[in-house]
Ligand binder design. Structure first.
Ligand SMILES: Cc1ncc(COP(=O)(O)O)c(C=O)c1O
Length: 375
């Protein structure tokens, strides 16, 4: 079946966060990470079916969801994960916060930056100090700077927090990089939380996502891996995520941080994620092809400013030479709602979400041309 990702869908009157920010203006939103594409019917249908029942009460997690996730891990990565390693959560971000809360109050986290901004909120949320270490930028690619990370690792640092694929630089780390990170973790006796929510959004045809706890099994016992189908299938409004924690002691520590603060996902959330994990159609390859095309359209305008990316639909674009006092205001004055790089830990960049139908993206790109001109 051919999916049409170029249909423009009116999202007004849905209270969509993406649009609400600029409600009443003609600013086109290319900021928050959801897509302007329709959720596929194989997810919408079971949701509709469930809504035929008039009661939506408290709902236990279905075993069928866990089994669908286990089969999905085996199918895509050859990773056999026993049921008891899996902890279901209402989102990846709660899982990140829970992982940091495993630490003692005077222990610290190490975060390579730039990174998805909730990673940089972890310090304030949890009271655990954060040590930010900039990624290295070599030959147009961002990578973890293990030398700088080693220099920053004191006795108090206990946990490294990464996103792979990386948001906002679009890196999909290679086996060699993950192995080097694994050696680093072992050398310094550190835990790892690896946010792999973008794992199916690989654009580079030569790259494959490698779940670190499977690709580098030596460090599985010190790793919390976070997965969700919500990004790939555009269902982030139905939050549902899975933590894979192979080590029983680490899992007990992780679970102990949940208390009654982190509730389970709701029944519709379970249904949507289960349908997504069961998907073996070519919806994802078709989505990837559309994202590749959109990437190329954006690259044609942003040129060298745009970081070479391997994954995600979030482009990281250098704008430091424009010397803007008000980055948001500048792009908004050109009718563009972008994410400012500063909350990701790097000023002088913006992040552009290019997961929009071609007509919308093309309008945005015309505006981008003007906004990137030096005055
Ligand atoms: C790297 C990364 N992690 C997590 C999330 C959000 O996860 P959740 O909505 O499950 O909390 C996003 C959303 O953009 C993301 O880019």
């Amino acid at each position: 079946m051919a999916y049409d990702f170029d249909v423009v869908i009116d999202r007004r009157n849905t209270n969509a966060t993406k649009l609400q920010k600029y409600a009443g203006s003609d600013i086109l939103p290319f900021w928050i990470a959801d897509m302007d594409f329709a959720v596929p019917d194989f997810i919408l249908e079971p949701l509709r079916e469930r809504l035929d029942h008039p009661i939506i009460g408290y709902t236990k997690k279905p075993d069928s969801l866990t089994h669908a996730f286990q089969r999905w891990l085996a199918h895509h990565y050859g990773w056999q994960v026993p049921e008891d390693w899996i902890v279901w959560l209402p989102g990846v971000v709660p899982g990140l916060n829970m992982a940091v809360n495993m630490l003692g109050s005077d222990e610290q986290i190490l975060v390579p930056t730039p990174i998805y901004y909730p990673f940089l909120d972890l310090q304030e949320n949890t009271g655990r100090r954060q040590v930010a270490v900039p990624l290295a930028f070599n030959d147009g690619l961002w990578s973890m700077d293990l030398t700088a990370m080693a220099d920053a690792t004191t006795d108090r640092v206990k946990l490294v927090c990464i996103a792979n694929p990386q948001n906002p630089t679009g890196r999909c780390y290679s086996l060699a990089e993950l192995q080097a990170l694994g050696e680093f973790l072992e050398r310094h006796d550190l835990l790892l939380v690896s946010d792999e929510i973008h794992c199916q959004l690989i654009l580079d045809k030569d790259k494959h996502h490698l779940p670190i706890a499977h690709a580098v099994p030596e460090i599985a016992h010190r790793t919390v891996s976070l997965f969700a189908a919500t990004k790939t299938y555009n269902i982030p409004g139905l939050g549902c995520a899975a933590a894979v924690v192979p080590d029983p002691d680490l899992r007990a520590r992780f679970l102990a941080t949940r208390g009654d603060l982190v509730v389970g996902p709701g029944p519709l959330n379970y249904i949507a994620s289960e349908a997504a994990f069961n998907d073996r159609s070519d919806w994802v390859p078709q989505l990837q092809a559309t994202l590749r095309r959109n990437h190329d359209l954006l690259k044609a305008v942003a040129g060298e400013r745009m970081t070479r990316m391997e994954a995600t639909y979030l482009a990281w674009i250098r704008i430091d030479d424009l010397q803007l006092n008000d980055v948001d205001g500048h792009f908004e004055s050109h009718g563009l709602g972008l994410s400012n790089g500063a909350p990701f830990g790097h000023e002088g960049y913006v992040r552009f979400n290019f997961a929009s139908p071609k007509p919308v993206l093309e309008e945005g790109l015309q505006r981008l041309v003007h906004s990137l001109k030096r005055s």
